[in-house]
Design a protein. Structure first.
Length: 201
């Protein structure tokens, strides 16, 4: 019973952490559209004074403006100045969030932006062996490991381990995240091939 309640508790928390950023994204998008809409409204009236009688194009135009702004900001981000600005923000502000690099590389991979900046997946001791992500190689062979939670892999702890304590796996970052989100359910084949590949006949 305790195991079941613990599973329900973790799953509810995982659902909350899934819904919360989604709702925040929707609210943020709504706020941005609300800011842009007055400009879009005036522009749509300039295109056709009676456009409201047929179809209100102000919302459509607001979305178009947002897409154009995002495209322009993407061009800025790909420039040397933009890259330097992003690097400064990441190094001085976003480093306060341990899972930022993990989230960034995951979203970039999902969006097809980049697929070569994944963190290596390892096993480290913590009441048994737990999945972790190798963040940095430190002096004296020490390893900085991000140990995520389950089913919410975006929160966790940064722990320094000795090299001898770290066991490398052949799991990819997306595979490890899927295992964590599914709390290990239905992923036996991935575990066998990614962790026990040398022991499976």
């Amino acid at each position: 019973m305790k195991v079941f309640l613990n599973f329900v508790n973790k799953t509810l928390k995982g659902g909350l952490f899934f819904i919360l950023p989604l709702m925040l994204s929707i609210v943020l998008l709504e706020k941005v559209l609300h800011i842009i809409q007055p400009v879009a409204y005036k522009s749509s009236h300039w295109l056709h004074p009676d456009q409201e009688k047929v179809l209100d194009f102000s919302y459509v135009l607001a979305v178009v403006i947002l897409v154009v702004v995002c495209f322009f900001m993407g061009l800025v981000a790909s420039s040397a100045i933009g890259a330097g600005m992003i690097a400064w923000i990441e190094n001085n502000i976003l480093t306060m969030f341990p899972a930022y690099r993990l989230m960034k590389s995951t979203f970039q991979s999902a969006a097809g932006i980049r697929d070569g900046d994944h963190l290596p997946v390892v096993l480290v001791p913590m009441d048994g062996l737990v999945l972790g992500f190798l963040v940095e190689e430190l002096p004296d062979g020490d390893k900085l490991i991000f140990v995520p939670g389950s089913p919410d892999p975006w929160s966790g702890n940064l722990i320094i381990y000795k090299d001898s304590q770290v066991k490398h796996t052949s799991l990819t970052q997306p595979e490890a995240l899927k295992i964590l989100k599914q709390t290990g359910i239905g992923v036996k084949d991935k575990l066998l091939s990614g962790i026990y590949q040398n022991q499976v006949k």
